[in-house]
Design a protein around this ligand. Sequence first.
Ligand code: ADP
Ligand code: ZN
Ligand code: ZN
Length: 737
Amino acid sequence: MYADIIIEISHEKLDRPFQYRIPEKLEGSIEPGSYVEVPFGKGGRTIKGYVVNITDKAEIEEERIKDITALAVVSKGEEVKSSLIALAAWMKHNYGGTLIQSLKTVLPVRSTVKGKVRRLVYLNMDIKDAAAVHAEMIQKHQVARARVLAGLMDEDGADATLICDKLHVNNTVLNALEKAGHIRIEANKEYRKPDIFDDKKSGFVDLNIEQQIAVRTVQEDMDRGEGNTYLVHGVTGSGKTEVYIEIIADVIKRGKQAIVLIPEISLTYQTVMRFYRRFGERVSYMHSKLSAGERYDQWERASKGLIDIMIGPRSALFTPFEHLGVIIIDEEHEGSYKAENMPRYHAREVALQRARMSGASVILGSATPSVDSYYRASVGEYKLIELKNRAKGSALPKVDIIDMREELVRGNRSMFSDRLRELIEDRLNAHRQIMLFLNRRGFAGFVSCRKCGYVYKCPHCDVSLSAHKNGKLLCHYCGYETRLEKTCPKCSSKLIGGMKAGTEKVEIELKKLYPEARILRMDGDTTKNKGDYDRILKDFSDEKADILVGTQMIVKGHDFPKVTLVGILAADMSLYAPNYRSQERTFDLITQAAGRAGRDREEGAVVIQTYSPDNYSIIAGGAQDYTAFYEQEFSYRKLLAYPPLEHMLKVLIESPDEAEAGDYAEKAASVGRSHKEVETIGPADDVLSKLKDIYRKTVYIKCKEYETLAVIKDEIEEERRRNGIGGSRIQFDFDPL
Ligand code: ADP
Ligand code: ZN
Ligand code: ZN
């Protein structure tokens, strides 16, 4: 047996592993991640390295391969690295791509940047004085300063970087505030040991019974030394975050550490501060805009044991904690947990693997769990924990589902139903706020009838067909093709075509209808620059607008107490996205959007406009009934053998030459077809059939056993190594979203 060994873990040196022989005496004790001593270079000087892969194939002549000398003594710090390297090896096997790609995902770039001093900002006066100063600042239009003060009044003792980053101020503002004596900035290189039991900042709430049961379930398993996976299914506002916080406190008491994953988009000042408030300086947070140096700094801090909690998006999963106790994944259904580049891993799966390796627990939380996770819970792989009530007792909103076909019959051809307009006017008069939501246009549009609601679907895959030039309708899974008729195949109406509407158009129409209303728009166009996103939300939250129009960006976990009406203008846009998860996404969307309405005392209303009022994800979404949705969705997935009932591998072949892309896709498909136990579909054009002059073809392979698909992936890679790849590139995506 041979081992591929990476000599030194600095990023630059990762470009190639070296092969060594595993001597008999070490057989069985070497695995990916093992730290070993090997002879290196001409003089055969002994150096240390990590095993990243074990194989029985020699890459060079046998005589030239040297033996591993011995297992190296693992010192503090290297232990974590070993386990992360083993994790990278696992990722390579499960997601494909090169080992180097996986290692680079898992390890940070070594950087020479000096560890930054951490600065914490405190109010230098009591709350009452601060309120007075704040009011004065508002009067003088010192908005940036006022923002900082307000932030600190909310939560004192915040990280300076966090303040700058999330409140959109720079150091000049902080320095000015310090000079004026309003705030105190404490730089501490020596990290103080936190005293989490002496909580001065009132970070505690008394957990209600449901929350206590949730916490106790996890604690009892930990007492027995068991790491488990839990799915916390809790309605919006049920107090999931408080449950996480309590579990983390317990984990820290046990001398272990915690990773909290939050989708980047919900990683707001308020969220991060809830953790700071409770755990103080032992918390750190990450976001995707960190520089390599900053990232490395975070890594060092964690591996030296200077922090106990890391909050961040997907990549925070690889924080090098030595005694990892728990990984929490909030909003676990979110698509952003899936990596867009090779290796295309899903944070949930990697978290489970990392937890298995370190005996940690995993807690998945959501108001609308992914069908995958709920399925795992239903077969007993995860423990299901339910939080059925809102912590503050506010009622769930009232939901109206509006049949847009009927509006048409009544002669209303506008994008707003009569009911929605009535409610908008009511809210404008009452000085309440409104959110109107329009799903981002799909890449390739579905075609539907506005009169009867008919939608063109693939007879084999039951996903919507996408319209292409010259009237072609295509299935992006199997390649099925048909032609667009001039009239609806069901009711012969001429009102058949693609659904076209954008947020900008909504804004224009609204301005025509309600010239007095103040409108904010949030979409890809209005959030091009850093800070736009937070600014729009901030303005809306400061009640500088009556209506916020936006894409799905606006539905995510933000709390606007004055919002008492949420409108989903075209639920069908997500319902007929051309993939098997479109129903799931629609249900999420409606539930999350409904969660925005009436968070406070007043009852909220939700209006869902659709041409498919009978669709189960719309009905269940309107009723906020997850179980009803899940049962229907489960039967659909089962019937068509989609994940989670079977696993699905998407093979994407790209080439600047269309014929070549087709050839190599066909080759990949034939590897699939050589396995009788799998179903191979395609090749077909990808949903994005051409991107920046590169043609994209896909093959889908379905199988109950994940491992079979991993093996097929290896065979496809092997076939490409043997027979050449021309100008083509390949990507693998397991259980694509
Ligand atoms: P979720 O994460 O499920 O949406 P949160 O944890 O954000 O819910 O809780 C929603 C609101 O209810 C927050 O303002 C939180 O402080 C409050 N809250 C949560 N649990 C309790 C409790 N046991 N008692 C009082 N307030 C609570
Ligand atoms: Zn029709
Ligand atoms: Zn099809």
